[in-house]
Design a protein around this ligand. Structure first.
Ligand code: AR6
Length: 184
């Protein structure tokens, strides 16, 4: 295992449905029955068997996650998590978003996934301010990686170079804030 959790995080610009990782994460809705955005793209690429499988899961609470096969996707697993709908940040949205990342990482580790790819959960239709959401994504991931050997690699796959650059900046900032504590 690489010692520094920051070295286990990658940021890329692209379409998450094409990722060759053990698990991709879906920004789903509570029914888990598909929708628009990244959810629609994942269901289209995985094929109709994904929807049939999701029908058996009885939905998912906000902040929780459930795992399914990837069917026609290159990734063997899809982890469906339900992000919070953003109101004003004072209705439990940060806690719910932290929980989405943590629960997804826990499920990946339980299923032996060496690699996982996340989109920026809640930052599209659910309206979470992008910078705040990216800080939560990175902080929660780093904390998890500090305590767990799996997943070995966490990729954030953002839709567009601007979003990827914003994530890289946040990762750099958090890395420099954390630097004194991680020295021997
Ligand atoms: N690959 C990577 N990122 C993507 C892709 C893709 N193929 N497509 C979109 N994004 P959203 P939410 C980015 O709206 O805010 C759905 O209808 C997008 O640019 O997909 O959590 C569900 O069914 C944005 O940064 O998810 C729910 O009802 C991010 O993915 C609801 O939307 C998330 O945008 C969930 O809303």
């Amino acid at each position: 295992m690489k010692k520094n959790p920051f070295d286990r995080v990658e940021i890329a610009d692209g379409d998450i449905t094409r990722e060759r990782v053990a698990a991709i994460v879906n920004a789903a809705k509570r029914t888990l029955l598909g929708g628009g955005g990244v959810d629609g793209a994942i269901h289209r690429a995985a094929g109709p068997e994904l929807r049939r499988f999701c029908e058996t899961l009885d939905g998912c609470e906000t902040g929780d996650a459930k795992i399914t096969p990837g069917f026609l996707l290159p990734a063997p697993f899809v982890i469906h998590t339900v992000g919070p709908v953003y109101r004003d940040g004072r209705h439990g949205e940060p806690e719910a978003l932290v929980s989405c990342y943590r629960r997804s990482l826990e499920l990946a580790a339980e299923h032996g996934c060496a690699s996982i790819a996340f989109p920026a959960i809640s930052t599209g239709a659910y309206g979470y301010p992008f910078d705040e959401a990216s800080r939560i994504a990175i902080r929660t991931t780093i904390r998890f990686l500090q305590a767990h050997p799996l997943p070995k690699t966490v990729r954030f796959v953002l839709f567009g170079e601007r979003d990827a650059a914003a994530f890289r900046k946040v990762l750099g900032n958090i890395r420099s804030e954390d630097a004194p504590q991680s020295e021997p």
